[in-house]
Design a protein around this ligand. Structure first.
Ligand SMILES: [Zn+2]
Length: 454
């Protein structure tokens, strides 16, 4: 039986060190593809607190190990942050931050530098209290480019570094709750062609913008008719960008294109979502091209790992073993937790959505702080997360969760995404993601591409 009181006490004793570590990370700006210094700072802290291994992979992800046991349990935190937006909306310097008795402010405090901070110290507590044993080994990651292309880093870790943990704790903010799923998403482009002519005689041409006008009305109407799921909620879509080409302001436009931000609920996949758009009458009438965007920005180390902008929906059952272990760890110290889901997207889209490795969410900070000005987190969250992280692997590998045979058979279902409704006709499961293409190493592009802001 774990000594929960000792774990709690050890976590409280780490509060000052975690605060300093997080404030140091805030002072190192690190947007997607620019995480080099942040990664180095995290490796330094891992070495300081006694990790058995700490290094950086070829893509630039921090990977640290504590312990030598059999079952690999990972704690993932992405280390890139979004930019600061309009500086005038901040009441303090986002890259200096602030600290009160209870709070820590600064860009990335909630989303989600606090996560890796708590994970590093959770592992330190395991070591300090002698909780490590031959049953488990803990991996703590500081992953890159999540804000730009969620899950890409783990696609690389799983497929190229050949690392496959038993399950992964996602340390993104969970408002004090435990999360077991999220809606997926994808980025769709619809493009329609026309023929330009002089604007003084529009009847000679074929105006692509008018065609898109008809398509837009149908796309807008489609939003209310998408899939629904009792746990994850509705699928949604929003037109996020519009482009055109035209020889001049005095000409008929010969191309018009839109981007669509599509959020996918349970049973919806890239195939079903593309199919719905392609079936719209105006899209068919004008032979518009419906495609998925691709992401190919080089990481800060120069690795290019192109992937479709498809981020599959994932859910694990409430009685899956990682959920029960997390609930038990939490209950041992902090009472009954709420088990819920994220509103936004996480690296779980790759880990569970594409690769079927169960994910469970528990992280410091609040979702509504993410990407907002005056972002902050709470010291008590860092302490609570470090304590729960420290207790989790021991509980998961102790055998105490596998008493009843019925429970074991239930937990096996965790490796498959849980459907609460049958997928739509013609839709494939979330696992049917298009694979990433081969790695190529290129010099980083001088001008950063447009960001998606997942
Ligand atoms: Zn995040």
């Amino acid at each position: 039986m774990l000594d929960f009181a000792a774990i709690k006490k050890a976590a409280r004793a780490c509060e000052a060190d975690m605060t300093k570590f997080l404030r140091d990370l805030v002072r190192i700006p690190g947007e997607s593809c620019g995480e080099k210094e942040t990664a180095a700072r995290i490796v330094g802290e891992m070495k300081k607190v006694g990790f058995d291994e700490a290094g950086i992979d070829r893509m630039g992800n921090v990977i640290g190990y504590m312990g030598k046991g059999k079952t690999l349990i990972a704690f993932d935190g992405h280390i890139d942050t979004v930019g600061i937006g309009n500086r005038d909306n901040w009441k303090f310097d986002p890259y200096e931050g602030f600290e009160t008795e209870k709070e820590i402010g600064g860009r990335g405090t909630s989303d989600q530098l606090g996560g890796p901070v708590a994970a590093v110290y959770g592992a330190k507590i395991m070591k300090d209290l002698g909780l490590l044993n031959d049953r488990y080994r803990v991996m703590v990651t500081g992953t890159v480019q999540e804000e730009d292309c969620d899950g890409l880093c783990w696609e690389y870790i799983i497929k190229e570094e050949k690392i496959r943990p038993e399950f992964v704790v996602i340390t993104e903010p969970t408002n004090g709750n435990i999360y077991r799923g999220q809606r997926g998403r994808m980025e769709i482009r619809v493009e329609v062609k026309g023929v330009s002519c002089h604007g003084s005689a529009p009847e000679r041409g074929d105006n692509a913008i008018y065609k898109m006008g008809e398509i837009l009305a149908e796309v807008k109407a489609l939003n209310g008719k998408l899939g629904n799921d009792p746990f994850l909620g509705r699928g949604t879509l929003a037109v996020s960008q519009i482009y055109f080409s035209s020889p001049s302001r005095c000409a008929v436009a010969d191309m018009c294109a839109i981007s669509i931000d599509r959020r996918l609920t349970w049973g919806e996949t890239y195939r079903s979502a593309l199919g719905e758009i392609a079936a719209l009458p105006a899209v068919r009438k004008y032979r518009a091209k419906v495609t998925m965007y691709r992401y190919d920005r080089p990481s800060y180390t120069g690795v290019v790992y192109p992937i479709d902008c498809y981020f599959p929906t994932w859910v694990i059952p409430e009685d899956a073993k990682p959920v029960r272990a997390m609930v038990k760890a939490y209950e041992g110290m902090f009472g009954r937790p709420r088990v819920d889901k994220w509103t936004f997207s996480t690296n779980g889209v790759s880990i569970m959505g594409r690769n079927g490795i169960p994910c469970i969410g528990f992280g410091p900070g609040k979702e509504e702080q993410a990407h907002a000005p005056n972002e902050k987190t709470w010291k008590a969250d860092l302490v609570r997360c470090a304590a729960v992280y420290a207790a989790l692997p021991g509980i998961y590998t102790s055998g105490e969760l596998e008493k009843a045979p019925a429970e074991i058979s239930k937990s096996r279902r965790a490796v498959k995404p849980a459907g609460t409704g049958s997928p739509k006709k013609g839709a494939k499961t979330a696992k049917a993601a298009a694979p990433a293409k081969k790695t190529a190493v290129k010099k980083p592009a001088k001008k950063p591409a447009k960001k998606s802001g997942a």
